[in-house]
Design a protein. Structure first.
Length: 163
């Protein structure tokens, strides 16, 4: 039963990430991107199945990226590493320290994507790295902190009712 639940959670997260990214494509791809789906990067702190789910969702989403194979490989690996670090950070902080969790949990995808996607935009789209990294940082910060933190709080509260 646990394995089935894990697989279903991972698949659902992958599907939601992909649908949000592709449906909102004008916002999701490019030098100035705001992937609403990146709000889901807080999920590994609550559901370990989110690690493979986010990775798979990112691979599927990046098949539509103008950066092609590079985004499928490096962008998706950045998401996988971020998801794992989010999971590890959430385990390192006590559950009753919500403020610290809200500061740390969204940090890996913001920092890692700022540099990885910023570098890819520099190499592929020839956008100067400071401009590319700044654009990615702003989009990631908005998605992960502004949207992701309220999502984390909502799901944490709902999980106490065992949904």
């Amino acid at each position: 039963m646990k394995k089935t639940r894990y697989i279903v959670q991972a698949a659902l997260i992958a599907a939601i990430y992909t649908v949000l990214t592709v449906y909102l494509a004008p916002l999701s791809y490019g030098g100035q991107q705001f992937r609403v789906s990146e709000a889901l990067t807080v999920l590994p702190s609550l559901f370990p199945a989110a690690i493979p789910g986010l990775f798979l969702g990112c691979i599927l989403s990046n098949t539509f990226s103008f950066m092609g194979l590079a985004d499928m490989v490096f962008g998706s690996l950045a998401t996988l590493i971020s998801a794992y670090l989010t999971y590890r950070l959430s385990r390192a902080v006590r559950d009753d320290n919500t403020v610290l969790k809200l500061i740390l949990i969204p940090m890996p995808p913001v920092v890692i994507n700022t540099f990885v996607i910023g570098a890819m935009l520099r190499l592929i789209a020839e956008i100067p790295f400071p401009a590319a990294a700044t654009g990615v940082f702003i989009g990631q910060f908005g998605a992960c902190y502004v949207l992701g933190c309220p999502l984390y709080l909502l799901l944490k509260r709902l999980s106490k009712t065992d949904i």
